[in-house]
Design a protein around this ligand. Structure first.
Ligand code: 13P
Ligand code: SF4
Length: 320
């Protein structure tokens, strides 16, 4: 623990020396989350901070698509990601070519992409969204039909909340002839897809007074069986403003640890089997090396960056 503390101290000194800002996603391990970031938050909050920072260097303690988003919104800054292995199963589920093919197949239909995608996929989209504003973004388009990529479950959850009928051309070709208002893709978050309604029923049997919070990357059945669904920060705020006898968070493990540390007087049921293997790549040691050695620099080709920035800025303008 002392060694960790020393590394954190060294990071804080280097950060000042180099005029760097450290952004940390809610899924960072506790030793990192509680020590070095200037800002912590969900993807929307961190993209807003990235867009307006005056620091020369942004060190992103999160995954690659988040660091890319920071670079797209703030191209004159150096953006560093401490590990090259911090990917995301959703971002890996779709390519720019896949989006171009969908646009050819459904011409004129606006494309909404979740921020959990790489820059070239964002560049093919009209507007981005995060888990905290997906419904608002879809509703803002006022279009009869919307292409919503690439998270199958987030898409199903948005469709459920907005009362829209959804089809998945790659999954259920047979229903294409029927009327629909959303067109989805088959990407999944490898962490959230693992939670089941059975998990919820088992916990409710043991703790009938438990309040269950889930992330909208969970299946619609899990979201429906939960008491609340929202982005990582929305879940934290829910815990902050309510006084339930106990909570269960159906999301990534480290966030559970961070929330428990932040609210020592509240009770939590742990059902934690899933640590995101990508977020897990980001450690204090690698963050120190990122600052020391100026690595790993995130670059986005300018032609792609300009188009991706349009989709991101459109999302930020919608709010909330
Ligand atoms: P949030 O935008 O809710 O922080 O989600 C990001 C993410 O990767 C969840 O798995
Ligand atoms: Fe991607 Fe899921 Fe990890 Fe979030 S938790 S970064 S969506 S794999």
């Amino acid at each position: 623990l002392e060694a960790k503390f020393e590394i954190a101290q060294e990071i804080l000194e280097l950060k000042r020396e180099k005029n760097a800002v450290i952004l940390g996603h809610n899924y960072m391990e506790p030793a990192l989350f509680h020590t070095i970031p200037d800002y912590v938050g969900d993807s929307l909050e961190l993209s807003r901070v990235a867009a307006r920072t005056n620091a020369e260097i942004i060190v992103f303690c999160g995954v690659r698509f988040m660091a890319e988003t920071a670079k797209i919104l703030n191209p004159s800054k150096t953006v560093l990601l401490p590990s090259t292995k911090a990917g995301c199963s959703l971002a890996a589920s779709i390519t720019a070519e896949d989006v171009r093919r969908l646009k050819e197949r459904f011409p004129g239909v606006p494309v909404v992409t979740y921020v959990n995608t790489y820059a070239d996929v964002k560049a093919e989209s009209d507007v981005c969204c995060t888990s905290s504003n997906a419904v608002a973004v879809v509703e803002s388009l006022q279009s009869d039909t919307v292409i919503f990529l690439p998270d199958e479950y987030l898409a199903r959850n948005v469709a459920r909340e907005t009362g829209k009928r959804i089809i998945f051309p790659t999954l259920d070709e047979g229903t294409l002839g029927e009327p629909y208002q959303m067109i989805g893709w088959h990407g999944r978050c490898e962490v959230h897809e693992r939670y089941t309604v059975q998990d919820i029923e088992d916990v409710r049997r043991m703790f009938p007074d438990v309040v269950i919070l889930s992330h909208p990357e969970c299946s619609p059945e899990v979201v429906e069986a939960s008491d609340f669904a929202g982005s990582t920060t929305a879940m934290i705020r829910y815990v902050e403003r309510t006084n339930a006898p106990r909570y269960l968070l159906l999301t990534e493990c480290s966030m559970g640890d961070n929330v428990m540390a932040a609210y020592p007087d509240k009770e939590f049921v742990r059902l934690c089997t899933v640590r995101c293997p990508h977020m897990n790549q980001i450690t204090l040691e690698d963050t120190l090396n990122a600052l020391k050695l100026g690595r790993h620099v995130i670059e986005v080709p300018e032609d792609i960056r300009v188009r991706a920035a349009r989709a991101l800025e459109r999302m930020i303008a919608i709010g909330p």
